[in-house]
Structure formats: structure tokens, C-alpha cells
Design a protein around this ligand. Structure first.
Ligand code: ADP
Length: 322
């Protein structure tokens, strides 16, 4: 195999640039010609493809987002559009494509694999919701951003004897909330697997402040559980008697300089993808499983059940409320 292409798709995630860099450099070292596809499947379909040697990929090593850009392109679900996209690769003699993205992007990669493009998927999503990898590209950086912001919010709440509801990303997977909860000592963590009513939260807040004498309470909630954060905060305030503020970290948690672990893991996953392609493999999702970098057939990867986090959620809540 001589020519391979890379694209990033779906939500951007810090570490994507490190993965792209590592794929490009590994491919060049193995005598291949790497190409960059700009704007995900949209760019693949329109032929926005450039030789990677035209770009200095090292300059993005400490930059979040994705320098080859991303796009949402629902038209890619249409088989005719996928054949047209494949034609763009065929015209350039490109045999393989590495797709860095979430589960939607993985479906696209699987369908390309089925029509003869050699594909590899890398788990690019801050939500940590790709079960074929214990950690996804972007998760560690987003987690660190959340922790940094919650620490700041804690300073203020502590000074004023208040509670704060902090909404973070990750609906289907509550890992950002749970891991951030453990790292910040948030007294309450609510995820889709572990929902609490506003009154239940209020009674914990009341106990923590009025009985246990804490100066502040942090409540971390995953997105899309409560439809109105102001309303939730008001209800908590009303039933606990503790002044409560609500805020969403929103896109503050998505971008930013990739952490060291992010850079390391993303780079190693990129190398692994090229190694599998050289071996002639296709249709694999690269990830870290039991501490090892490995490939799982994409369809199998998409069907793997999520790890049950109930016990973990209880541990976090028990530890932080004591
Ligand atoms: P993510 O990859 O982060 O889950 P999306 O679900 O938005 O993000 O998917 C990213 C892109 O992948 C979509 O815009 C579309 O181009 C492609 N895609 C998603 N689902 C499918 C599918 N079922 N079949 C083919 N392509 C898909």
C-alpha cells in the first residue's frame, strides 16, 4: 500500500492533531504517501484532499481542535454519496483511510470498508463513549479543563457559602462528570445512569452545609438531564436554603492545549493504525484495552456494551459526601 488518507469527523477533540501528525510521520517513514482530507466526510465527497507533505504537521503538536477541520455531513448515510466519495480516493490512487471521530464517524468508516476502502477508526471524542477504548482522544484534556474550572468555581462558592450546579458534556456517557467529580471532590454527581431529583440534591446540599458545616457544595451534572439549569438551581436553593448558582461549561471544555497523556495516547494510536494497514487489515477501531493498543472490528466495537458505572458513581458520591 502506497497512498493513505486521514480525516477528522464529528465533534473536534484535543489530541486529534497529534494523531494526524503521528499517522503522517509514520506513513512517510514507511515509504507511503499520506494525504489530508479537509472537513471530514464532506471534504472527502467534494475532493478537498491535499498531500500531507505540503503541511508542517509538527506545528500543531500543542494545539487543540483539528487543523484539518471537521464537519457534520448527514448526506454520507446515502450509499450513492459514499460511492462518489470513494471515487475521489480512487482518482488519486488512495487505498486506505484513517477516520478519527466518534461512533457516527465509525459507521461511515465501516460502510467505506464494505465498499473496498481499507479503513481504520481512531476514537476521537471528548465524551469517552467509544467502548472499544478505555480512553478516547480528547477525554483527558476535556477532563482537565473541567477540573480547572470547577476548582475556580469552588474558590468563589467557598468564600460566599454557596452551592453551584456545573453542567458538563457527555450525555450517553457520564465519564466526564464522574471523573471530574472524583478529581474535584464534587459533593453530588449526576449522570444519566444515576439521576437524582432536584429535591434529593437539595437535601444533600442542606446536610452538607447546615449539618456538616461545609462552606460550599459543588453539584456536577451531565448535559441534557435537566432542561433548565436556572430552574434546577432555584429549586435546590428553595428546598435547601442555600444560595445556589447554575452554570454550563459548554464549549469551554472542548478546545484547548492537549494534555501530555492526550498527546502520547493519540500519537501511539496513530502509529498502531498505520501498522495495521501495513499488515493489510481493514475495518478496525483502534483503542486502548487492558492497557494495550489494539484493534477491534468496527461493528464489534460499536456493539460493545458500556461499562456499568453505578458502582463508580456510588463510590464518588460516598467519598465526596463524607
Ligand atoms: P461523531 O462521529 O462524533 O459521533 P456524528 O454522529 O455527527 O459525530 O457523525 C459524524 C459524521 O459521520 C456525520 O456527519 C456523517 O457524515 C457520518 N455518519 C454518521 N452516522 C453515519 C451513518 N450511520 N452512516 C454513514 N455515515 C455516518
Amino acid at each position: 500500500m502506497k497512498k493513505i488518507a486521514i480525516l477528522t469527523s464529528g465533534g473536534d477533540a484535543p489530541g486529534m492533531n497529534n494523531a494526524v501528525r503521528s499517522i503522517v510521520k509514520t506513513a512517510l517513514a514507511k515509504g507511503m504517501e499520506p494525504y489530508l482530507v479537509y472537513e471530514g466526510y464532506y471534504g472527502l465527497h467534494s475532493g478537498n484532499i491535499k498531500l500531507a507533505t505540503e503541511v508542517n504537521v509538527d506545528q500543531y503538536i500543542a494545539k487543540g481542535g483539528t487543523f484539518i477541520y471537521s464537519a457534520r455531513f448527514p448526506e454520507f448515510k446515502n450509499p450513492k454519496i459514499r460511492l462518489e466519495a470513494k471515487k475521489q480516493l480512487d482518482n488519486l490512487g488512495i487505498e486506505a483511510l484513517v477516520v478519527i471521530g466518534g461512533d457516527g464517524s465509525y459507521y461511515g468508516a465501516q460502510l467505506l470498508h464494505e465498499i473496498g476502502v481499507k479503513t481504520m477508526g481512531l476514537p476521537g471524542t471528548i465524551d469517552n463513549d467509544i467502548t472499544s477504548s478505555e480512553f478516547t482522544i480528547g477525554f483527558d484534556t476535556a477532563l482537565n479543563s473541567i477540573v480547572e474550572n470547577v476548582d475556580r468555581i469552588r474558590d468563589t462558592m467557598e468564600s460566599h457559602n454557596r452551592a453551584a450546579v456545573v453542567e458538563v458534556m457527555g450525555h450517553g456517557s457520564g465519564d466526564l462528570a464522574l471523573f471530574a467529580g472524583l478529581a474535584t471532590g464534587a459533593e453530588v454527581v449526576v449522570t444519566s445512569e444515576n439521576i437524582k431529583s432536584p429535591k434529593e440534591i437539595a437535601s444533600i446540599v442542606k446536610k452538607q452545609i447546615k449539618e456538616m458545616g461545609k462552606r460550599s457544595v459543588i453539584i456536577i451534572v451531565s448535559e441534557l438531564i435537566y432542561d433548565n439549569l436556572d430552574k434546577l438551581s432555584k429549586t435546590i436553593e428553595e428546598f435547601s436554603g442555600v444560595v445556589t448558582r447554575g452554570m454550563s461549561l459548554s464549549h469551554l471544555q472542548r478546545g484547548g492545549v492537549p494534555t501530555a497523556m492526550e498527546r502520547v495516547n493519540s500519537s501511539l494510536m496513530g502509529i498502531k493504525a498505520v501498522e495495521y494497514l501495513i499488515k493489510g487489515e481493514s475495518g478496525l477501531a483502534i483503542g486502548i484495552l487492558n492497557g494495550k493498543f489494539t484493534g477491534t472490528p468496527i461493528l464489534e466495537a460499536l456493539a460493545l456494551p458500556r461499562e456499568d458505572r453505578h458502582k463508580f458513581a456510588n463510590i464518588v458520591n460516598d467519598l465526596n459526601q463524607s
